[in-house]
Design a protein around this ligand. Sequence first.
Ligand SMILES: [Zn+2]
Length: 421
Amino acid sequence: MKPTFKSSTRGCIYVESVDLKFFEGVADMHVVDTHEHTYPYEVLTSKGLSIIDILEGSYVFWVTESPEDRSDYRSLVERLRRISGSAFYKACSIAVKELYGVDIDPPTVEALEEASRRVREAYRDPRWIREVFKEKSLIDTALLDPYWDVWGGSFDPDLFKPVFRINMFLFGYSREARDHNGNTPYLLEKPLNLEVHSFDDYLELVDRALKEAKRRGYVALKSALAYDRPIRFEEVDEDEARRVFEKKGVDVTSRDVRAFGDFMLHYILGKAEDMGFPVQFHTGLALIEGSNPMNLVNLLRKYVNVKFILFHGGYPWIRETLALALSFRNVYLDLCWLPIISPSACRIMLREAIELGFSGRLMWGGDCWVAEATYGALKMFKSVLSDVLKDMVEKDHLTFDEALDIASKILKWNAVELFNL
Ligand SMILES: [Zn+2]
């Protein structure tokens, strides 16, 4: 390709015109974001918003402690300095710089205080979240997993399409049991107008919930069960699950809980197959001893007509996840969260996935709680995507047009097709 020179404010810089065209092409692409937990405006603004909430919604306090005193910016700076180079912090600081014009990387007390002021100012406008998604990030649609309100549906329907969390259905063996988010399936008795007395009633509750979810426009089912238990689900007889249910929570053993959950997950997948629900599956991290995506093999093999979307590249098991996609045509790869866990891991996985022929089975989501974090995560992902594809063009592995086509599929069109948007 022919090098060209372009003048900029920093003087005359050397650029490859084709590179520039490619990076700009990807930067301008519209996006379907396949996974978010974006808190509603009222939830966020009800608590005196500050930069701490933006950092929290960007996973920064997964890798460093949050300050006990929210006004103690000095200790916040100290804690942020301990994690220099963290991709969670990097994505967040890119967003704060580009959306609010404040550079918080490396962190200083003054910059963080100024960022808090600008965040509060921006959120005076209830349309700010929507503006960050639609106008600043070019996200046309985002799939929302509101686990704090699985049935309520308080979201902007022009931006978000809901997915239905199924975790709670594995905890119906007792009215007291809860999934890791504190949800119980019995919260649906009232809205679905069904009192559960028997195991058959319970299955009827699940059936009605899934039908109603379909009618309401939920576009997929979502399992975050890797936070509740290992994701190996054995085949269990209905009689065994019925026996556990009939204990009504008395003397229920951990084996009972596991067996009931195993049966229910298979039951739900059978329904997903009949109803055409794709199923998003959290894999990797979470309860680390049980979240290896290889645990799902029996399900992938049995439910051939269910589209399984494996999340997060199964990190750290990215190669296992790729091997699953090679072995099973019903496996799709969602790189959500991965670019902000480790852009390097995402780069490796993305390139190998394209080489393995999965460009039609890849997608991306932010997996964040605040719009700023999503903005930063998308910036990180578009940068990884451009780097990988540009390099493949330079090595004559792809043509320029093929690379652009792959980018737009991954950013939008694969998800449009899969979720029927
Ligand atoms: Zn998530």
